[in-house]
Design a binder for this molecule. Sequence first.
Ligand code: PGA
Length: 254
Amino acid sequence: MGKRLFVGNWKMHKTGAQTRAFFDAFIAKVPSLPGHVDVVIAPPFTALNVANDALFGSRRIALAAQNMHWEDDGAFTGEISPLMLVELGVRYVILGHSERRMYYNERDDTVNLKVKAALANGITPIIAVGETLEEHEAGRTNGRVIAQTRAALTGIDVADLAHVVLAYEPIWAIGTGKNCDAQEANRVMAAISECVFGIREVPILYGGSMKPENVAEYVGLPHIDGGLVGGASLDAEAFAALISNAGARISDDA
Ligand code: PGA
């Protein structure tokens, strides 16, 4: 297994000033973070500029956006294009997060258009898939996440899969404190890792109430390549602790 990846998804949290304060604290911790872990942070659009300035010269932390439009420009009030993100130093974009699917009418076909646009612009898409509590309880988890994954990757060249990241986020585990059992997540992620030709090498992150206290349960398992972290990424101390705990678990295995 290659490097692990941890992505902090800030959602609609932090002003520019709060972002600056986070990075002042977080960058000071970078030298102590494990070298075999990549770190990405996804602030809101309005804080990307401040974050990019704060990260000037840092090769350890990359920036992500939390969404984007698929066109380069046009009459799309309120939207942000791939070109605008690239200019701000953004190298990753979270696409298809369940909150966007639930509240903003994100659909499998729009996720697919965005994945293609990200790849065309040299941005790595982090494609989120996950089932509802109802689907989970009805035993429809695998069917749901496989359908979402296949739809997101429709028409993508196998060679481009080297620039794709997936995230399995059971919706009932997001922000609820009820993290999915690690073995169960690993089983679902194993199914995802076989559902598209050429997908086996694509890293898959677990997301849903991942914390410094439970991260070690996940990163020890074969199909879990890191985490998509909401709440625990908002605090520099907690996010650094989560990454350090993951790193310690991985080197235990090595
Ligand atoms: P959480 O969010 O870690 O706060 O559960 C994860 C996510 O939504 O990406």
